[in-house]
Design a protein around this ligand. Structure first.
Ligand SMILES: [Zn+2]
Length: 597
């Protein structure tokens, strides 16, 4: 039975470009796992979108002197190009600024209200008399009254991570300039304290398969501070309207932390609509057997392990009742394999200091699989990792090219040259013991690499695959078909057939990590049907206007492909060429010279 797997990836903010740290943090691991489950024949839905609301976006628009809509779309369209170039195969990558997302978020709000988890409360907020409006979070900065950090936002300190009460901020100053005064304002709060026992139980039930740093941080935070009520509306005129009369008119919107996570539910619903799939989203969302994986960076752990499950559990069966006149609970996340951070040359990645490797820019100089390889072997799964340009060149040349790329290239070229462009036509029953042993070794990879991918241990999965490639190299050292061909071509044919078949199996095992070159190899081996589907960008219209999305068209006969090669003797090959490029040592210094500009 195929499983339903939802791959839900963190929604990037529309105020900055995506760098390699973001890619290895969430988009790439999500894509690798999605591709693996597709090859296994499972029903995968991979979604995310641009977080188009919130003050980072409105501030960027103010700074650029442009409408907010233009700013979010400019970043959003760049994201779509990047995902296409890197082969991050979203079934749908959309935005939070859609009619569908508004409706779904509002239904979630009303479901929580109906179930008694919302209350209203008055508080003090900074107000600008000159622009006649409230100035929420990032519009006002000051010194944190808890840790003394000078660049704290009025509602949260990014240094100590605490939620702040705006009126206690020391030396508050407006980002717009001008005077500030405190005024009373009223907001809706989500009463998380009532949901604390449910969230604890949710986490404890998943403790066995969740990563230690993720479960540790989540339970530790609840233990130390408890879950406290949090405001879910605020004074801002950009965002999802509040579905209660008079509130939106008063210049208030739903708070972005509350609605952006709802994208994991609204994007599958939008996907069902644009793909003409009716109510198919229910297979992942109203199905206790479906498994949902959330790929995020460590800064977002608490939102995904505690606040989002709290929203879902609080809404209970009420969401579907409001949204679809049905009464069933929604599926809860299965795992949150959050990654730690990637640094760059020993320092924190920083866009403002130009200390970054940008995703789109990197593609102008390197092939996507070379980048994907380095980001996977160096993925910050359990602790922070570091992008080092010298290491990038070394690992590309000594591992990717030397172990896997050269193996493929010399075996394919040799077969093509000595057997008239065909797989040697051997009798399978005549294969020797050493041939059978190699094939057996390589084929264990479907279990051993599969087990690691299943558990989202991607570094170890790729390391295991590389070991199998090394085993094929050792086999060729022992059998040396390069000289054998002159003495006994029939014996050399057995060796080359066996090596080609091992490479054909390894192609599938490497495919989730290195999809572009594995597709190329698949073609060289003479196959007609593709390994994966195609990505394309299209426009979607709704009552808010038009937004672009990236989609994925699965191959026509997608089915189980995660299985050993049955390469046919005498199969026609295609003219091979090298899969990867060796990099010059000077690359590292050239790249380091670009940093910090
Ligand atoms: Zn602080």
């Amino acid at each position: 039975m195929p499983e339903n797997i939802l791959i839900a990836i963190a929604w990037p903010y529309a105020n900055a470009e995506i760098h390699v740290g973001n890619i290895t943090g969430s988009h790439l691991p999500g894509d690798i796992v999605a591709r693996y489950h597709r090859l296994k024949g499972n029903k995968v839905l991979m979604v995310s979108g641009t977080d188009s609301h919130g003050t980072p976006v409105t501030l960027a628009a103010d700074k650029a002197g442009k409408p907010v809509e233009d700013v979010y779309k400019q970043y959003h369209d760049g994201f779509l190009e990047l995902f296409k170039g890197w082969g991050i195969t979203y079934d749908l990558f959309t935005t939070t600024h859609t009619e569908n997302h508004f409706k779904v978020s509002q239904a979630m709000f009303l479901a929580l209200k109906e179930n008694g988890f919302l209350f209203t409360q008055k508080s003090l907020q900074w107000y600008s008399p000159s622009s006649k409006r409230f100035l929420p979070d990032r519009y006002v900065e000051g010194t944190c009254y808890i840790c003394g950090f000078e660049g704290a936002r009025s509602d949260q300190c990014d240094n100590c991570g605490n939620v702040l009460e705006p009126e206690k901020l020391i030396n508050p100053r407006s980002k717009e300039g001008g005077a500030l005064e405190l005024r009373e304002t009223e907001h809706f709060y989500l009463d998380l304290s009532k949901l604390e026992p449910d969230v604890k139980k949710f986490l404890q039930e998943r403790a066995d398969h969740m990563r230690e740093p993720v479960i540790g941080e989540s339970l530790g935070k609840i233990q130390a501070e408890g879950l406290k009520p949090r405001p879910i509306t605020r004074d801002l005129d950009w965002g999802v309207p509040i579905p209660i009369e008079g509130w939106t008119e008063a210049g208030k919107r739903i708070y972005v932390w509350f609605e952006a996570v709802i994208g994991y539910l609204s994007a599958p619903i939008e996907w069902s609509q644009v793909a003409g799939q009716g109510e198919a989203w229910r297979e992942w969302w109203v199905n206790p057997e479906a498994r949902q994986f959330h790929f995020i960076g460590k800064d977002n752990i608490f939102f995904h392990t505690s606040l989002w499950p709290a929203e879902l559990m609080g809404a209970g069966t009420q969401f579907l009742k409001i949204f679809a006149e049905d009464e069933k609970p929604l599926t809860l996340p299965y795992d949150v394999p959050a990654n730690q951070f990637m640094n760059l040359e020993g320092q924190k990645i920083s866009g403002s200091r130009g200390w970054a490797v940008w995703g789109l820019d990197a593609l102008t100089r390197y092939d996507p699989d070379a980048l994907r390889y380095y980001l996977t072997v160096n993925m910050p799964e359990l602790k922070d990792s570091d992008w080092d340009w010298g290491d990038f060149v070394a690992r590309n040349n000594n591992e990717l090219v030397a172990t896997w790329g050269n193996l493929v290239n010399r075996v394919l070229s040799f077969a093509y040259k000595h057997w008239e462009g065909r797989v040697p036509d051997v009798d399978l029953n005549a294969l020797r013991e050493i041939d059978g042993k190699l094939l057996e070794t390589v084929e264990t990879g479907f279990d051993s690499v599969g087990r690691e991918l299943e558990a989202v241990r991607l570094r170890s999965a790729l390391g295991e695959a590389m070991k199998l490639a090394t085993a094929v190299n050792q086999y060729l050292d022992q059998t040396s078909p390069w000289s054998e061909v002159k003495k006994d071509k029939a014996e050399a044919a057995k060796t080359i057939y066996t090596a080609l078949r091992a490479i054909d199996s390894l192609k599938v095992i490497f495919a989730p990590f290195l999809p572009f070159t594995c597709q190329k190899l698949h073609d060289f081996l003479g196959y007609e049907t593709p390994l994966f589907g195609e990505q394309y960008i299209e426009s979607v219209k709704d009552s808010l206007g038009t937004h672009n999305v990236i989609r994925y068209r699965p191959p026509a006969d997608a089915g189980l492909q995660w299985k050993r090669s049955e390469l046919e003797p005498n199969q026609q090959l295609r003219q091979p060429s090298p899969l990867f490029k060796k990099l010059e040592e000077s690359v590292a210094e050239e790249e380091r010279a670009r940093l910090g500009r």
